[in-house]
Design a protein around this ligand. Structure first.
Ligand code: KIV
Ligand code: ZN
Length: 521
């Protein structure tokens, strides 16, 4: 782990992941505490230097998530976000206090547009806030990052003044966000160079970049800035983030790795963890990855045309600039059959990166046996879906006990008969609907009346073939809060109903916590 000052002189790039903060600000991408902890552990295992775990003042849930992540993460720096106010900064310091390495990230807007309309403050007052906020943060934590929100649209003289003051007051990292994704690479690189040329104490801090992807240039802008001296890149898994998202970590890491001849910088990321992290974030948020997405899209390593396939057979380098293995996409291996034992199964889980307790292995093994009875071939992806499905179901108040569906051309209208256990009490009913999914969801509403709106219903086949498991995501919204429910099953209808029930269970937990409405940065 190195976020110390000597990095400005090195070619190592600090990877600052903000999936859990900026990423979670994507509409619909909300994650619960368990999900955030799982993502944080995967980020730590892959070698992320700094994990931005949340915005502690935003809600009690955010505070709890940052505190828990600070408690369990040992190797990465755990960072919390704070506006330039005493309340935010003190709450943030409190949330990160258990971390062996904690960071307060405080920010304020510096562009004329933001200062006039968003903050309604004069530049001099903003300048005073920069000094006050960084000084306060530095009194509470040795590692302080200061960000100039909308930095790429800030007047240069004012930006230099603020950066110099922030460093004087003790900021150890200075972040220059392209908040609205407006910059183009040479212009953004010039801005960073300008700071290196004009800010007298610039060598006392690490310069960081945080690029949004509104013009599809977030990664290009980040790399351009690295080439002129930036040594921290802020990014997210799968490029998740506000609007068009943030710079995608997997793209930054693989660009540096693959083009080390031209961009000679290293990161501490073990790129073989990329596929797992990408899948986990996509499953938890319900944000599917486009098939042609660089590095992690389903087609990123697929070669369809005859000419390409012929070239690949002669020499992989003809059309492949990096190997699937380098991002953790080993060949989709046929795993265990229905005669495989528990020992082989738990070894497989370990190889896939799961470190489960005895009881969880026992439950997963039973489900694996059931699956192996249904499905001829069980692949790594099936095991991952099965374990992920198990992990999301803890302390559920609502459980599915049985489901029967009539649909097709004969049975009209489609009808579902469903039995649930709600807080230990059995209930059942039958309903009709526009289709089998609608009929089943109507049953759930009858047995457990609620006013949540269905925002997303998404089905994805885990592997090929008609016996593939269906992985379903259901997003529900209630009072401005969203939750994503997931489930996987060889029966699409069972997976759909379980995903809906999973979302409802999460909503119930959210209701119990009933946090004040979240802020965003
Ligand atoms: O995009 C942005 O400016 C931010 C800051 C809070 C760093 O997310
Ligand atoms: Zn941002």
């Amino acid at each position: 782990m190195n976020t110390d000052m000597s990095k400005t002189q090195t070619n190592n790039i600090v990877i600052f992941d903000t999936t859990l903060r900026d990423g979670e600000q994507s509409p619909g991408a909300s994650m619960n505490l368990d999900e955030k902890l799982r993502i944080a552990q995967v980020l730590e295992a892959m070698g992320v230097d700094v994990i931005e775990a949340g915005f502690p003042i935003a809600s009690d849930g955010d505070f709890e998530a940052v505190s828990e992540i600070a408690r369990i993460i040992r190797n990465s720096t755990v960072c919390g976000l704070a506006r330039a106010t005493r309340g935010d900064i003190e709450r943030c310091a409190d949330a990160i206090k258990a971390a062996p390495r904690g960071r307060i990230h405080t920010f304020i807007s510096t562009s004329p547009l933001h200062m006039e309309f968003k903050l309604q403050m004069e530049p001099d007052a903003v300048y005073e806030k920069v000094k006050e906020s960084v000084t306060l943060a530095r009194n509470l934590c040795d590692d302080v990052e200061w960000s100039a929100e909308d930095g790429s649209r800030t007047e240069h003289d004012f930006l230099c003044r603020c950066v110099e003051a922030a460093i004087d007051c003790g900021a150890t990292t200075i972040n220059i966000p392209d908040t609205v994704g407006y910059a183009v690479p040479d212009e953004y690189a010039d801005l960073i160079s300008m700071l290196f040329n004009r800010v007298p104490n610039i060598d006392k801090a690490i310069i960081s970049v945080h690029c949004h992807n509104d013009l599809g240039l977030a990664v290009a802008n980040s790399l351009a800035a690295v080439q002129v001296g930036a040594r921290q890149v802020e990014c997210t898994i799968n490029g998740l983030g506000e609007r068009a998202g943030n710079a995608a970590m997997e793209e930054i890491v693989m660009a540096l790795k693959t083009r080390a001849d031209h961009v000679p910088f290293t990161t501490g990321i073990d790129s073989t963890h990329i596929a797992k992290a990408s899948r986990l974030v996509s499953t938890i948020t319900g944000f599917n990855i486009q098939p042609n997405k660089a590095i992690v899209g389903a087609n990123a390593f697929a070669h369809e045309s005859g000419i390409h396939q012929d070239g690949m057979l002669k020499h992989a380098g003809t059309y492949e600039i990096m190997t699937p293995e380098s991002v953790g996409l080993g060949k989709s291996t046929l795993v265990l059959g229905k005669h495989s034992g528990k020992h082989a199964f738990s070894e497989k889980l370990q190889a896939l990166g799961y470190d489960l307790g005895d009881n969880a292995i026992k439950d997963a093994f039973k489900r694996f046996k059931d699956l192996a009875d249904l499905k001829k071939e069980v692949f790594d992806e099936d095991i991952i879906a099965l374990v992920d499905d198990e992990v999301v179901r803890v302390n559920d108040r609502i459980r599915l006990t049985s489901l029967e569906i009539n649909c097709g051309t004969v049975h009209y209208p489609p009808k579902a008969c469903l039995a649930l256990e709600v807080d230990g009490e059995s209930k059942d009913c039958c309903s009709t609907g526009d289709g089998p999914v609608d009929a089943a969801f109507n049953c759930i509403k009858e047995l457990f009346p609620h006013s949540a709106h269905l925002q997303l219903y998404q089905v994805h086949a885990v592997t090929g073939g008609t016996d593939a498991q269906a992985e379903v995501t259901v997003r529900l919204e209630e009072g401005g809060k969203t939750v994503n429910g997931q489930s996987a099953d060889t029966d699409t209808m069972v997976a759909s109903v379980k995903a809906y029930i999973n979302a409802l269970n999460k909503l119930l937990v959210k209701r119990e916590k009933s946090a004040p409405s979240a802020l965003s940065a």
